[in-house]
Ligand binder design. Structure first.
Ligand code: ZN
Length: 397
């Protein structure tokens, strides 16, 4: 198969190939270059003619929850759901993701191995969806954030055992809840730590010994600092809310985040596109301070990850592109945002050797859009064509 486009953006940003053809065989990019040369080498195959359009690498969403429905009460819905119905709904959400250009997604909150089943179904070609990396059930203390997903572990020994259980069941990474959150009825508040450095370090030691990265859910500054000290791979949320146990003074917060930069620990701010629909949020100075902090983190060298938290209230599976506006607001240029949404996040979640760029030998994860997104980011809202590991995903859901 050969895809013809006006231009191909190699890593989301430059370099670009103008008048490009991309040849795909066996799900892999086998050639990219000027149309005349590539077509001469690939006579007789299918040609997808998208001259007039722009190709870029498929998007990477580093933070989704396929078992959550994105409605007002995802927790009630997931607790009440029959496993078969939940599996079918999760598979449908995976399909929605890929139809909107997300060709890799990291799921950070499974229940009962449902997402693992979806991942395996996609890999076997039975289901349509992105390359899925699943953390299995998040590790959390008794009564802690998202305890109802089944990953309860108290103390160092139980945390070690929980990580070994993830390894045994074939998880792609480990998710640990360093602080409380906002979803769990009766759970600890988001500023409060749920684990100390000892438990977090135990999770990292066991996971890394088995080759799995660790993503730490952490809102409060104390939890973020402990997660950095423990050597996790990514910090999820990092909202730094004020709280009685959290010294959220700007200077202290900046010092902690500079430590993340020094350690090369990524931050996924998980601001989704639906937040733009909340006028009271947009009017809150704290929200804009949070967005501004994203820009500072980038300037200090903190690796940022694109991620939507799709599945939590208001976070839809068809709005990945809408989540990118917050990075623009944080001061990134459009080419920088494109690179963040593709190659940077692919590298940060450990799949940079398979996807995130349009290059020979990488999987054919390709999004085709009408306009040049470097000049018009909103063209990403409606991909015209998506290839996911070479499989054609036509149009939108
Ligand atoms: Zn989440």
């Amino acid at each position: 198969m050969v895809l013809l486009v006006d231009r191909a953006l190699v890593r989301g940003d430059g370099p670009e190939v103008v008048g490009a053809a991309i040849a795909v065989r066996g799900g892999v990019i086998t050639a990219i270059g000027g149309a005349r040369d590539v077509l001469a080498d690939h006579r007789g195959g299918t040609v997808l003619d998208h001259r007039g359009h722009t190709a870029l690498p498929g998007f990477v969403d580093a933070h989704v929850h396929l078992v959550f429905d994105g409605g007002p009460d995802p927790v009630g819905a997931v607790r009440a759901a029959d496993p078969r119905a939940l599996a079918a709904a999760s598979a449908a959400r995976a399909e929605t993701l890929v139809r909107h250009g997300v060709t890799t997604a990291r799921d950070l909150g499974d229940r009962d191995g449902i997402v693992r089943g979806v991942r395996d179904g996609i890999n076997a070609g039975r289901l349509l969806g992105p390359r899925l990396l699943t953390a299995g059930s998040p590790i959390t203390p008794t009564g802690g954030h998202c305890w109802f997903l089944g990953g309860v572990a108290d103390g160092v020994e139980q945390v070690r055992a929980a990580v070994l259980a993830r390894v045994a069941e074939g998880a792609d990474l480990v998710k640990v809840m360093a602080t409380g959150g906002t979803l769990t009825p009766g759970g600890p508040p988001n500023w409060a730590s749920q684990y100390g450095v000892a438990e977090l370090r135990a999770a990292v030691d066991v996971a890394h010994a088995h080759g799995l990265p660790v993503a730490a859910h952490a809102h409060g500054l104390a939890g973020v600092a402990d997660a950095i000290a423990a050597g996790v791979d990514t910090i999820e949320h990092c909202t730094l809310p004020a709280g009685p146990d959290t010294d959220a003074s700007p200077a202290r917060a900046d010092a902690v985040l500079r430590a993340a930069a020094k350690a090369g620990i990524g931050v996924c701010p998980t601001l989704h596109g639906g937040l733009a629909d909340l006028p009271e949020l947009l009017a809150a100075p704290g929200f804009h301070a949070l967005v501004a902090r994203i820009g500072r983190m980038r300037r200090w060298g903190v690796p940022l990850l694109a991620g939507t938290d799709a599945g939590v209230p208001g976070a839809a599976f068809d709005r990945f592109a809408g989540s990118l506006r917050w990075f623009t607001e944080a001061g990134l240029t459009a080419p920088e945002v494109l690179r963040l949404a593709t190659s940077d996040t692919a590298a940060a979640v450990g799949v940079g050797d398979r996807t995130g760029a349009l290059a020979v030998g990488l999987d054919a994860d390709i999004v085709v859009v009408a306009d040049d997104p470097r000049a018009n980011l909103s063209t990403l809202d409606e991909p015209i064509l998506v290839l996911s590991r070479g499989r054609v995903v036509t149009g939108q859901a």
